[in-house]
Write a protein that binds this ligand. Structure first.
Ligand code: APR
Length: 188
């Protein structure tokens, strides 16, 4: 584990569905009707109650699907988490389709929802870096910056866990985060 921002951002390796936090962020798709990866794991472990709420959200709020960069919240079903925050990351194309800004919006909107629901601890996966093909180094820089910006301006959530499914993914994030902090300290 590595800690940043006075211990308010913790990078760790593991299965996000096992995290005992107030809210877990799901790397969903626009349909909100499940999929593989994190999405599949959360619905599998969280049970059908989460899917029922997702269908209600589709019906009442997003009949055309949850737009990329947006987030919505359901209860956590059988998960230890009280809430699941579903967000739709951008599919990586060529870096010229506003992918960075859309990925940043996923983090910002997810943390906004967490704060609005007094979720003091939040676990977030490496959104878009799996099936959606976002380069992990670039996604790490976007995530580290977006979370840092949010934590600088907000006291809730108190702690954000960036949960990586593999040591390699974790090490890529840590290397990028350390490089960013090194560059900032050299400018001071
Ligand atoms: N815990 C933590 N991280 C996980 C887990 C897990 N249980 N399962 C997968 N991951 C990691 C992947 O290794 C990857 O680093 O989460 C990251 C995001 O990968 P995906 O789950 O594939 O999400 P994404 O790239 O955003 O693609 C979303 O995939 O599963 C479908 O329905 C989903 O269509 C959507 C698309």
């Amino acid at each position: 584990m590595r800690e940043y921002y006075q211990g308010r951002l913790i990078a760790t390796v593991g299965d996000i569905t096992e995290m005992s936090v107030d809210a877990i962020v799901n790397a969903a798709n626009a349909s909100l009707l499940g999929g593989g990866g994190v999405d599949g794991a959360i619905h599998h472990r969280g049970g059908p109650a989460i899917m029922r709420e997702c269908r209600e959200i589709r019906r009442h709020s997003f009949p055309k699907g949850l737009p990329i960069g947006r987030a919505c919240i359901t209860r956590g079903g059988k998960l230890d988490a009280r809430y699941v925050i579903h967000t739709v990351g951008p599919v990586w194309k060529d870096g010229k389709q506003h992918e960075d800004a859309l990925l940043e919006a996923c983090y910002r909107n997810s943390l906004d929802l967490a704060a609005g629901h007094a979720a003091n601890s939040v676990a977030i996966p490496a959104i878009s870096t799996g099936a959606y093909g976002f380069p992990r180094e670039r996604a790490a820089r976007v995530a580290f910056g977006a979370i840092g910006e949010f934590l600088y301006r907000n006291t809730v959530p108190r702690t954000v866990f960036c949960v990586f499914y593999s040591i390699e993914d974790y090490e890529i994030f840590v290397a990028e985060a350390d490089a960013i902090l090194q560059a900032v300290s050299e400018q001071e």
